[in-house]
Write a protein that binds this ligand. Structure first.
Ligand SMILES: [Zn+2]
Length: 223
């Protein structure tokens, strides 16, 4: 008879590989890191330095690189500090997406919209500071953290989907609908995060597949 695999402190038991606790989550985090690195090289090569949105595209890349480094560290060694750094960095990436989306969609980086951009920048900085302060000084709260990330995600997804649909209606070009399709893919990948099953072969769990699921849309995002 097979023994059922049980969770320990909310975590599945994993086989280690080269001392890493969750080797596939580390590997798939590395793939995401490389997707950002590749995308940033393409942005630097294809977009002239004078283009006003270029720093925002590269900003997305820097936030991505940092958050995937902390993700690799956390999945290699799960300590209190590595977990916090992973969550804060992932949160910063999600909040950056929240910040960046209206800038791109409504072109807030244009000089005539400078005031609006200032207000938006300070609003986002205040939101992220409040988010980190709550987790640090009040309570390390998984449910709240998930809810905050999902809320920021839903906001971005709604704006991007609306933007995609209007552009697609105007131009009837499939690439105009890409942002909406990328968003749909990410939602699909996210459902893996919610399907918690025991790791296949003691190594591949739902969380690692969620990290695998974001590689392609990241690569695609830079197009
Ligand atoms: Zn992770």
């Amino acid at each position: 008879m097979m023994n059922p695999v049980v969770q320990f402190h909310g975590k599945w038991p994993f086989h280690r590989f080269l001392g890493m606790q969750e080797p596939f989550s580390v590997l798939f985090s590395l793939f995401n890191y490389l997707a950002h690195q590749h995308g940033m090289a393409k942005v630097r090569e294809a977009i002239p330095a004078s283009y006003s949105l270029r720093p925002y595209y590269l900003g997305f890349g820097y936030f991505g690189l940092v958050s995937w480094v902390f993700s690799m560290i956390f999945h290699a060694r799960d300590f209190n500090i590595t977990e916090k750094l992973d969550y804060y960095a992932a949160g910063a990436s999600v909040f950056y997406g929240l910040y960046y989306t209206p800038i791109r969609v409504f072109r807030l980086e244009q000089p005539k919209k400078e005031k609006l951009l200032n207000v938006w920048t300070w609003t986002c900085l205040a939101l992220y500071t409040a988010h980190v302060s709550y987790l640090t000084f009040w309570r390390w709260d998984y449910t709240y953290n998930m809810a905050a990330n999902v809320a920021a995600g839903i906001f971005q997804n709604t704006v991007w989907s609306w933007f995609s649909i209007t552009r697609y209606r105007k131009m009837h070009k499939i690439w105009a609908a890409w942002p909406g399709l990328i968003v749909a893919w990410i939602i699909l990948a996210m459902s893996f995060e919610l399907l918690d099953f025991p790791p296949i072969g003691g190594m591949i769990d739902a969380h690692s597949l969620w990290h695998l699921g974001t590689v392609l849309p990241t690569y695609w995002w830079y197009k």
